[in-house]
Design a protein around this ligand. Structure first.
Ligand code: ZN
Length: 172
């Protein structure tokens, strides 16, 4: 089932999410809903707080080429174990901040540990777009948005645009 994506500013996007104690059928269903919502948007990552659920759960798939096999990843309690000193700059966007993009600098590679949909511990080192995406999504679980890395003026400008967008949507 497709879920509604919250638009910034929203207090639920600023919350620190709670770890998942056990990967239950309900949580697996939630992850499936999130993947469906992400692909439909379309986007390459989605965090549970973006649909108003304050659990530490993210989904991502950074395979972009039409002819490549999709790689949907579901991560419960994802944690960055190590980050490279090397950095990468990507123009980031966010499904909760539609049509706004800005360059963000982050570690180029990160080693991440998480629980998969069967509750098994997984560990992998991500690079390139995958590394940026997984860091962006984990930030969501700590109430952090990519615009928090920007200068205050730029951040305020984007926030005002989003407030206007929300007013327009509420009226429609
Ligand atoms: Zn985002």
């Amino acid at each position: 089932m497709k879920r509604t994506i919250l638009i910034h500013p929203d207090p639920r996007l600023k919350k620190v999410c709670a770890p998942v104690a056990d990967v239950t059928d309900d949580l697996r269903k939630l992850a499936d809903d999130m993947l469906e919502t992400m692909y439909d948007a379309p986007g390459i990552g989605l965090a549970a707080p973006q649909i108003g659920v304050l659990d530490r759960l993210i989904v991502l798939d950074c395979v972009k080429e039409e002819n490549e096999t999709p790689r949907p990843l579901v991560m419960f309690n994802p944690q960055v174990l190590a980050s490279s000193d090397d950095t990468n700059v990507y123009e980031e966007g966010c499904l909760s901040i539609p049509d706004q993009y800005a360059e963000v600098t982050r570690p180029k590679t990160v080693e991440v540990e998480w629980l998969d949909r069967n509750g098994a511990v997984q560990r992998e080192t991500f690079d390139g777009l995958w590394a940026t995406c997984v860091q962006h999504e984990i930030d969501h679980l700590d109430g952090k948005l990519f615009i928090d890395y920007l200068k205050p003026l730029k951040r305020q400008m984007i926030t005002r645009k989003m407030q206007k967008l929300k007013r327009e949507r509420a009226r429609a």
